[in-house]
Design a protein around this ligand. Structure first.
Ligand code: SAH
Ligand code: DHB
Ligand code: MG
Length: 223
């Protein structure tokens, strides 16, 4: 009902506060031309990811869900030259589109694209001894968010941050008897967080160009 207003306000915020970034514009254009869904984070959300990554002094980042590389480029831009961002994507065509955009953005040295369902590529990261991570962005298949969170928590340093997108889901997060698997997963995530002494976490509801949703932020304790 208010979607037009949410969109206008997002546009105002983006035009006013989001720096012009040709690589990001190109990445979106290429992704659209290749037929990728337009479900990347909004520019204001992307800006928040950058601010959070900078606040924790991120050098090692893990991302679940690359899509066309929009959030990947945003996050990789905040890293020092010797920083590293590992991004996981199940769809090989999306991953290839993203890889090219990331390369064009001059971030090919920093970003490590891994193709395949994350639950299948995580064991490789484990074997390689990847991490510990300073910042994790969980934004892939929503039913697996609790699993990705559990895996990441064991490999995020104290003082590091884990952010999970799309947890409010049009408000269905509040439905105790939801039969939607994605919603049930977000409720499970929240139960895990409640019982987890290693994090301080909260969830913020959002409106904007992407409608009504929200994200969880979990700070790993002990820094
Ligand atoms: N983070 C991106 C948007 C990601 S959209 C951005 O803001 O720019 C979600 C992505 O997760 C899609 O590209 C989808 O193909 C991918 N995905 C779905 N299931 C997955 C899985 N099991 N493992 C890894 N990626 C997955
Ligand atoms: C979808 C995925 C996202 O990460 C998002 O922010 C919005 C929608 C989706 O899979 O539909
Ligand atoms: Mg998302």
């Amino acid at each position: 009902m208010y979607h037009e207003t949410f969109t206008s306000v997002d546009e105002f915020i983006s035009e006013t506060l989001t720096p012009d970034d040709q690589a990001l514009r190109d990445a979106l254009e290429v992704a659209e031309a290749a037929g990728l869904p337009s479900i990347q984070v909004s520019p204001p959300q992307g800006r928040l990811l950058q601010i959070l990554a900078r606040l924790v002094g991120a050098r090692q980042v893990l991302e679940f869900g690359t899509l066309g590389g929009y959030s990947t480029i945003l996050l990789a831009r905040t890293l020092p030259r010797d920083g590293r961002l590992i991004t996981l994507e199940a769809n090989p065509e999306y991953a290839e589109v993203a890889r090219r955009s990331i390369e064009r953005a001059g971030l090919g040295e920093i970003v490590d694209n891994r193709v395949g369902p994350a639950l299948e590529t995580l064991p490789d990261l484990e074997t390689e001894g990847a991490g510990p991570f300073d910042f994790v962005f969980i934004d892939a298949d929503k039913v697996s968010t609790p699993d990705y969170f559990a895996w990441s928590l064991d490999r995020t340093r104290p003082g590091g941050l884990i952010v999970a997108d799309n947890v409010v889901r049009d408000g269905t997060l509040a439905e105790t008897d939801s039969d939607d698997d994605a919603t049930r997963a977000q409720r499970r995530l929240h139960k895990m967080l409640a019982a987890e002494p290693r994090v301080a976490a909260t969830t913020i509801q959002t409106v904007g160009v992407k409608g009504y949703d929200g994200f969880t932020v979990a700070l790993v304790e002990g820094a």
